[in-house]
Ligand binder design. Structure first.
Ligand code: MG
Length: 272
């Protein structure tokens, strides 16, 4: 073996050893893996996968270019009745605003989602009456897993000077996650929720492999910080998981007698 071949072989062997050590000890994710000499800056700089360009809305709350519009003030084409998927959503659309119809039940999206970013705005009527849970109660079921109020409810309620159990107040993951703050503003004003939802995962046998997780901002204030859900949110009883796939999002028509609340500017960005 001449000197040139010896040198080439030595070089190849040392690189192989470095790569083997790096691969076995410094994996970041399934797609990012350090390659080469990790004492060099280039070993930790990646050029793919390239994140897509997403043009933001002009101002906060405006839908980004890639968002799916669920309600833009015009109609309820993206929704149907939560009781019967052949029936239209019968909430009231007027002057660009969507108002709960307490006689017809909830509404759910026609489209199903798994992980997503959601923006939704809601308003408690200025003349709201009632107290506790009976004061502007609604809710956003981040995944509606069966007929009725089954799924994972992010509570909507007027908690501006209105007390109730803390794991059922505005921004609670109902009866599971106490919000980190009360960011309610007074009835009559529009409020925002910005939500990052990661759906639970189940194996082929239906066993839970990863809990659902949610992050929620209310009027720009963090209420839920990557909160891990214990299962579906329940009025009575302990939460539990049951396997499901992609699911619609539901807006709740609560049975309390207080004046119906309104929604506007609802958009979603699926993340898978
Ligand atoms: Mg509710």
């Amino acid at each position: 073996m001449n000197r040139k071949i010896l040198l080439t072989t030595a070089c190849f062997l040392s690189l192989t050893i470095v790569n083997a050590q790096v691969d076995s000890t410094t994996e970041m994710t399934a797609t990012l893996r350090y390659v080469g000499d990790t004492t060099k800056p280039q070993a930790t700089e990646f050029y793919k996968p390239v994140p897509p360009v997403v043009t933001p809305g002009k101002k906060y709350g405006d839908a980004p270019a890639d968002a799916i519009i669920l309600f833009d003030g015009k109609n309820l084409d993206a929704w149907h009745s939560d009781k019967d998927s052949t029936k239209p959503a019968e909430w009231i659309v007027k002057d660009g605003v969507l108002t709960v119809n307490k006689k017809t039940g909830g509404i759910i999206t026609k489209q199903r989602f798994e992980d997503y970013q959601l923006h939704i705005e809601w308003r408690i009527p200025e003349n709201i009456t009632g107290s506790g849970q009976a004061r502007g109660n609604s809710g956003i079921f981040l995944a509606n897993t069966s007929l009725g109020d089954e799924g994972y409810e992010l509570q909507v309620l007027d908690c501006y000077n209105n007390k109730t159990y803390v794991n059922g107040q505005t921004g609670a993951i109902y009866k599971q996650g106490i919000p980190l703050a009360n960011a309610c503003i007074k009835p009559g004003e529009w409020q925002t929720y910005d939500v990052a939802w990661t759906a639970p995962r189940f194996d082929a046998a239906g066993n839970l492999t990863d809990s659902a997780r949610v992050t929620v901002f209310h009027n720009g204030v963090l209420l839920q910080n990557n909160f891990a859900l214990k299962g579906i949110t329940r009025y009575i009883g302990i939460p539990y998981y049951k396997a499901h796939g992609e699911s619609p999002i539901k807006l709740q028509s609560h049975g309390d007698p207080s004046e119906p609340i309104s929604f506007r500017n609802i958009w979603i960005r699926p993340l898978n």
